[in-house]
Design a protein around this ligand. Structure first.
Ligand SMILES: Nc1ncnc2c1ncn2[C@@H]1O[C@H](COP(=O)(O)OP(=O)(O)OP(=O)(O)O)[C@@H](O)[C@H]1O
Ligand SMILES: [Mg+2]
Length: 304
């Protein structure tokens, strides 16, 4: 459905944009219909940059993104609008992605004007109600309210409901639950799982490996803009091969492991200098170490 091929992003930085920062390098993976893929990596690893390229918010530097076989960089006008009808994003901080002076109704109205100008009031109302119900919100709880009158969890669901109004097929969910408290988190995670079971595809962006484990069958581990490990989430989680993945694992508490068992991992992670850049990442090739489990092999010093 959505296919990333050797995707790269170079930002121009520094005074007068004289320097280049390679935020994403040669990333390739595909997401099928009804699939959730987790994109996991620490802060600055390029996760949101990939999400923003998928949403056409920033241009691609190199490589391609295809949606149902069509190169999205070629979309213009009506085709681009059609793309946004099917591909939408929900972001980390629900408060910042929502204009504070707009009431919830107004946010829906903008979508109606842009995408459903011919729909009559009764049909529109039914459509709103069904998308709010799909995310577990009572229309009376949110309509006619300003964003600050909603809780973080309500607002996040409201934003997902907004995306659902648009026959959305693919959702980029960028750290959607990091701002939520533990109980609301589970609700929103379960909501995403529910949407998946109805055929929605989701790119679930997170820095938290255990959230990826909870929600997705497939994961892509990103380190400094490059894929270091990807494939079956279960296999990666139970048998991490790349040093960076092991380090990520060691830095989160695991429910299924006693602390003593996890301790050696922590020691290994501490000795791995993530920022040294000592390995030849450019020459890294992904090798299938077991079925549906790929690991980057770096130059002549394998990292596993
Ligand atoms: N508009 C921009 N101009 C220049 N550099 C940028 C820009 N946006 C992001 N970067 C840089 O690109 C790299 C990747 O950023 P990105 O936002 O994709 O990371 P992230 O994985 O989403 O991190 P986080 O978990 O903190 O959200 C970082 O080094 C960041 O500083
Ligand atoms: Mg980000």
């Amino acid at each position: 459905m959505l296919k990333l091929d050797n995707l790269s992003k170079v930002y121009r930085v520094g005074a007068f944009g004289g320097k280049e920062l390679r935020a994403v390098s040669n990333v390739s993976f595909a997401i099928e219909k009804g699939e959730i893929i987790s994109l996991i990596g620490e802060s600055g690893s390029g996760k949101s940059t990939i999400g923003r390229m998928i949403l056409r918010l920033i241009p691609i530097s190199l490589g391609t993104i295809q949606f149902n076989g069509v190169d999205i960089s070629t979309l213009k006008g009506a085709q681009l609008k059609e793309y946004y009808r099917r591909v939408q994003g929900v972001f980390q901080d629900p408060f910042s992605s929502y204009n504070p002076i707009f009431k919830a109704d107004r946010v829906f109205r903008i979508i109606r004007d842009a995408f459903f100008p011919g729909m009559n009031d009764a049909d529109w109302k039914r459509k709103i109600n069904s998308s709010l119900e799909a995310v577990g919100l009572n229309p009376n709880q949110v309509l006619n309210k300003f964003p600050h009158q909603l809780s973080g969890g309500q607002l996040q669901r409201f934003l997902i409901a907004r995306a659902l109004l648009l026959d959305v097929e693919f959702l980029v969910a960028d750290e959607v639950i990091s701002m939520l408290d533990a109980s609301t988190r589970i609700d929103v995670l379960n909501l995403l799982a529910d949407l998946k079971s109805r055929g929605l595809s989701i790119l679930f962006i997170t820095h938290d490996l255990s959230l990826g484990y909870y929600i997705s069958q497939k994961s892509v581990i990103l380190h400094r803009g490059r894929v270091v490990e990807m494939g079956s989430t279960r296999k990666i989680y139970n048998n991490p091969q790349h040093q960076y993945t092991r380090m990520l694992m060691a830095s989160v508490p695991r429910l299924d492991q006693k602390w003593e068992e996890g301790a050696p991992n922590t020691a290994a992670a501490a000795s791995y200098d993530v920022f040294s850049g000592d390995y030849a990442v450019d020459s890294a090739a992904l090798v299938e170490v077991e079925r549906d489990h790929f690991v980057a092999q770096h130059g002549n010093s394998p990292s596993r």
